[in-house]
Design a protein around this ligand. Sequence first.
Ligand SMILES: Nc1ncnc2c1ncn2[C@@H]1O[C@H](COP(=O)(O)OP(=O)(O)OP(=O)(O)O)[C@@H](O)[C@H]1O
Length: 266
Amino acid sequence: MTLNLSGVGLTHANGQVALSDIELQIAPGERVAIIGPSGAGKTSLLRLLATAQQPSAGRIEVLGADPWRLSAAARQRLRARIGLIHQAPPLPPRQRVVTAVLAGKLGRWSLGRSLLNLLHPLDTAGAAAALARLDLAEKLFEHCDQLSGGQLQRVGIARVLYQEPELILADEPVSAMDPVLAGHTLGVLSEEAGRRGITLLASLHAVDLALAHFPRILGVRAGRLVFDRPAAALTRAELDALYANEQLQQPATPPAAPHVLHIPRC
Ligand SMILES: Nc1ncnc2c1ncn2[C@@H]1O[C@H](COP(=O)(O)OP(=O)(O)OP(=O)(O)O)[C@@H](O)[C@H]1O
């Protein structure tokens, strides 16, 4: 299994329970989307799988290893095998796009090679090829703060394509893109995962994109996995129940009395 979670829970330092009793197995080469309402726990789940956070309960295995039983150095090596795509990529504003993309391989390069790369990009052609797949090759030498939100997201994705990881974890990877670009970009990610036989797990707010690009869908609500189904088998009722918002359905104040119009008699 690429990912194996058993009885996993996550409680934040302030006592907020973000995830409870998560049982999940994802095999090599699977493409899986996580959907669910805001605050459901999608980002928390991806952070656990990225080994950015330790679970408060249960057991987690990523690429065949329990990250929290590894030494810090071995955990760092494990992280270099995972490609992380952020909703808002944490890229230094003055960094050039080429350097940001090449940073995808920093985890595998020696310190000397990494420092040299900062001074002089070592593989401009490789960065350009990754960007070209996302229709962004012309931005190679621009600075990150010269890009739009959707372009920055594509730079973050190009960086992961260049990294060639064994597992891609993507948190809302296309949220800042228009629908056509979002579909194209998810197509590139799916194609990359399929061609290299790697696992792709992405959280998405756009349910239609999730159903179109991912054969398996996880529904998360209030920190729990409420369904784990083939996309083709999901029903409208399951989706409605996932997104049902009791708070929004009950108005905070009673509806105002209908306005009565008094027309004076002549
Ligand atoms: N660092 C934190 N400290 C305390 N609580 C947190 C922290 N991060 C997230 N939470 C809480 O954990 C729960 C799950 O949050 P999470 O960000 O995983 O949800 P999400 O499904 O990704 O939401 P969204 O779709 O809005 O991004 C929420 O109740 C949130 O308020």
